[in-house]
Design a protein around this ligand. Structure first.
Ligand code: GDP
Length: 285
């Protein structure tokens, strides 16, 4: 292992010890990535930085890759939040069709929204891969009631899987999401998923407009990045980055790139989640 201090982080930084968790080895674990050659490690941990290296300097200066810039040690420490332990339960809590059926807003909360098929369930499964017993429910059959699904990450935070939308989102769906975004008092950040293969679609603008209108701070996450070439991805990223910089107020300037198949970007996203919910202090941000 070539990163100084990282072995200490993996052997059990204070939070992991406090929770009684050992360094995990399963798919999606930092320790798994560190078995790869250094170049490959970086590509998996920091996909946007990797992309930056293929761009001309004028283009890559626009990518905001250093806005959230944790070290590998930070990323390893953040993993403790996603490892279940007797005193740190990671689990599905409940589903709700209406905001007044949602669990009590006792912890910071993050929600994931996106078009149907954008890769939302796959991403949530990848984030929870160190807690494989967590059931990420999928209700895709037409006619089935769409619900918000709540997951607890110990006492750290709640993660909400919002129903997927299409271009003609039904009114009851818009009402549910609108009420949630507008009124949920503990909502810390909304993660808006955009398909890395097709980019921002008309249906995505409905969600973007909602976040903008209600001044909900949100973050754009590009999914399925393993499905496209680096050149295509670079073009897509620059286009979306331009949109974020020029057309939005509440969107976090840095894009997050993920693949739920290769786990690229998953560790960085876990670290960001731990950080914004107040469970990980990072010196550089
Ligand atoms: P959801 O409707 O947003 O929950 O989307 P799913 O997670 O069910 O994914 C929709 C389709 O995209 C499924 O066939 C997944 O296997 C596929 N998919 C999701 N994420 C990825 C990814 O990161 N890479 C690839 N190659 N396929 C993905």
């Amino acid at each position: 292992m070539s990163v100084p201090g990282l072995s200490a982080a993996l052997a059990g930084f204070v939070p992991r010890r406090a929770l009684g968790v050992r360094a995990p080895l399963g798919p999606g674990a930092v320790s798994q990535v560190l078995r790869l050659p250094e170049r490959q490690q970086k590509g998996l941990m920091f996909p946007l930085q990797e992309l930056e290296r293929c761009m001309v300097p004028e283009a890559n200066a626009k990518l905001h890759v250093r806005t959230f810039d944790p070290s590998l040690e930070d990323i390893a420490r953040a993993e403790a939040s996603f490892c279940p332990a007797p005193r740190h339960r990671i689990d599905y809590i409940s589903s709700a069709e209406r905001l007044d059926h949602a669990p009590a807003p006792s912890r910071p909360e993050v929600c994931f929204i996106g078009r149907s098929n954008v890769g939302k369930s796959s991403l949530i499964k990848a984030l929870f891969s160190l807690a494989p017993e967590v059931q990420v429910r999928v209700s895709k059959k037409p006619g089935h009631t769409k619900k918000m699904n709540f997951f607890q990450v110990g006492k750290y935070f709640t993660l909400v899987d919002m129903p997927g939308y299409g271009f003609k989102a039904p009114k009851d769906f818009v009402d549910m999401v609108e009420a949630y975004l507008k009124e949920r008092p503990n909502l810390t950040r909304t993660f808006l998923l955009v398909d890395g293969v097709v980019g921002i679609q008309k249906a995505d603008s409905i969600a973007i407009e909602m976040c903008e209108e209600f001044s909900v701070p949100y973050v754009m996450v590009l999914t399925k990045i393993d499905k496209v070439s680096k050149g295509y991805l670079a073009k897509q990223v620059l286009q979306i980055q331009k949109f974020v910089d020029t057309q939005t107020q509440g969107c976090f300037p840095q894009l997050f790139l993920v693949s739920s198949v290769t786990y690229s970007g998953i560790h960085l996203l876990r670290c960001f989640l731990a950080h914004i919910t107040g469970n990980l202090h990072i010196n550089s941000s």
